[in-house]
Structure formats: C-alpha cells, structure tokens
Design a binder for this molecule. Structure first.
Ligand code: CTP
Ligand code: ZN
Length: 151
C-alpha cells in the first residue's frame, strides 16, 4: 500500500520550529510577530507526535533567530526544537531553554507594580522552569504559566 503521509514541503534556508505543544502554536506565532513577516511562512497544527501526542510546527524561510527570540519561544513552548536549515540540510538542532532571567517580553501580574504604571521594563527571576514561575524584580509577586501576558 502506498505510504500515506501528511507532508509540509521542505525549506531551502531558514528555521523550522518543531515539537510545539499543539495548544501553543498560535502563542508562538503571536510572540514572534510572524504575521508581520514578508518571507515565506508555513505552519501546521495537531500533527501526530509520539512524545507530545499532538504538535505544531512552523517553517520560516530566510529567518534565523537571535537569543532574545529563542527565549521568547521557550516561555510559551518549552518543548520546542529549532532546526537550522541551509541548502535543504538540517545543519543545527537546538532545544529551546528557559533562561534564568526574563527582561521585557512578559507583563507583571500585579496591577500595582511599577512596571504597569511607569515606563519601567519588566524584569523577573525564573524561580521555576517546570511550570514557569517568574518572580518580579520590583514587587516580588509571582507571575506564573497560566497568567503569562506578553508586553
Ligand atoms: N525540514 C524542513 N526542510 C528541510 C529539512 C528539514 O522543513 N530542508 C524539517 C523537517 O520536516 C522536520 C524538521 O525540519 O520537521 C527536522 O528535520 P529532521 O531532523 O530531518 O527530522 P527528524 O529527525 O524527524 O527531527 P527530530 O530530531 O525533531 O525528531
Ligand atoms: Zn511586579
């Protein structure tokens, strides 16, 4: 029998973000502002994955991320893997990693925090990576996974 597989075409140069939890695909698209990209973007959701059950994938032609963007991805999709593609070959694979400190990116959960009332950039210490918990450097309140709001 012919092998029936759902396929998304390969890219020549760029980045493939793979192993995104199915519920996080659109968060990744939003946090990286992919709607503003002019280059070729393909994405798919709810693909079968042995590890995650279902996964999302994003393929970006001619895009290579800097650490700041990779840190953003890690906060909303900690299981994501980046594949760097050059001339159709995967030349590098990396797991995203939640950093020890997060500057900007996320809003502090405390409405009275200085960062929500004056133009101070948010800054957090990451106190848990398993289930993300961020401790505000200014007001010491904890912003956790379930209430992550992007700046
Ligand atoms: N890929 C792509 N274009 C290429 C090469 C690879 O879009 N020119 C994509 C593949 O479709 C896959 C991902 O990049 O989603 C990683 O490719 P590869 O390492 O070949 O796949 P796997 O071994 O299945 O990856 P993993 O290590 O994540 O299991
Ligand atoms: Zn705060």
């Amino acid at each position: 029998m012919k092998d029936k597989q759902l396929s998304v075409s390969a890219i020549k140069n760029g980045t493939v973000i793979d192993h995104i939890p199915a519920g996080s695909l659109f968060k990744v698209i939003s946090i990286l502002k992919l709607d503003k990209l002019e280059s070729m973007v393909t994405f798919g959701n709810s693909f079968e994955s042995k590890k995650l059950g279902k996964k999302g994938i994003i393929k970006l032609s001619e895009v290579f991320f800097e650490t700041e963007d990779i840190n953003k991805i890690s906060l909303v999709a900690p299981t994501a893997k980046l594949n760097i593609i050059r001339d159709y070959e995967v030349v590098e694979k990396m797991k995203v990693e939640i950093p020890d400190e997060v500057t900007g990116i996320i809003k502090c959960v405390n409405p009275k925090c200085i960062t929500n009332n004056e133009t101070a950039t948010t800054k957090f210490a990451v106190i848990s990576k398993e289930k993300v918990q961020l401790k505000c450097y200014y007001c010491e309140k904890i912003t956790s996974q379930d209430n992550l709001v992007m700046v």
